[in-house]
Design a protein. Structure first.
Length: 271
């Protein structure tokens, strides 16, 4: 049991701190509608909590091994790693954020490909988007992110302090953009992924769902042509055609024959 203890402490600390901050935000924004909102989101909230505990505590020790093996096999570019000492620290932090978001952008975009969609669909199943939707991930999707997301910054030898700070900022921003608030962030929303922009990514429309893949910045969506202005889609309906499920249903989702039949049909279809 000792192997699970550090993960349990870290997870409970994260849930307590984010719950306090974003719970207060929901209370301030929704006010007299807060009880209704809690009732509507309760079932999906519990599913998200269950998946979070499974991924972050029960399976976390298992995720460490493949993640370390892949990063170890890739190694570190010693030449590039040595250049960071001469870079101004605010610039180092900014580059760490941008590099992390670049990898997350492509990993996330690839998860929308038919071959990987079965493991990513769970994240899109919430019909009542809220801060805990951030942690609604199938274990296979979580494993993919553990193995892939940090490879570039590790290979480039980005200082550990900058990676840690970027990961912390990215984590909190992910909770923020999943909140049920119709905020575009105005001019800041041109640079940063806003809650409205990310809600558009969760829209119940498969064409528009293929937009706004970034976690923190809009840069990579704009560079690769996938950014869509969320202003016309505020408070859009979220979810997927297959519907939302409980923890057991979400764990079994990727193994359903209809997903793989659809994947086979799409990959075999003539161009």
């Amino acid at each position: 049991m000792e192997i699970f203890a550090p993960y349990a402490r870290a997870t409970l600390t994260l849930l307590a701190s984010t719950g306090l901050v974003f719970g207060m935000l929901a209370l301030v924004v929704k006010r007299n509608r807060i009880v209704e909102a809690v009732k509507l989101s309760r079932r999906e909230f519990m599913t998200n909590l269950g998946l979070a505990l499974i991924n972050a505590i029960i399976l976390a020790p298992l995720f460490v091994f493949p993640g370390n093996a892949i990063s170890g096999a890739l190694g570190v570019n010693e030449t590039l790693a040595g250049l960071w000492d001469g870079v101004w620290k605010p610039v180092t932090l900014l580059l760490a954020i941008l590099l992390l978001d670049l990898v997350v952008y492509w990993r996330h975009r690839l998860e929308h490909h038919p071959l990987l969609w079965p493991i990513h669909a769970t994240h899109h199943a919430d019909t009542t988007l809220q801060w805990m939707s951030t942690l609604r991930k199938h274990p296979l999707s979580k494993l993919l992110s553990v193995c892939v997301d940090m490879l570039l910054v590790l290979y480039l030898g980005v200082p550990a302090w900058a990676v840690g700070a970027a990961l912390l900022l990215r984590s909190w921003w992910a909770f923020f953009i999943h909140c049920d608030v119709p905020w575009t962030l105005g001019l800041f929303g041109e640079v940063l992924i806003s809650p409205a922009a990310h809600r558009l990514h969760h829209i119940r429309d498969e064409a528009l769902m293929g937009s706004n893949y970034g976690n923190t910045v809009t840069l990579w969506d704009k560079v690769f042509g996938t950014y869509v202005d969320p202003a016309p889609y505020l408070d859009c309906e979220t979810g997927i055609a297959e519907g939302t499920r409980g923890v057991a249903g979400e764990l079994m989702r990727p193994f359903e024959k209809r997903y793989w039949k659809k994947t086979s049909d799409e990959t075999e279809a003539p161009a």
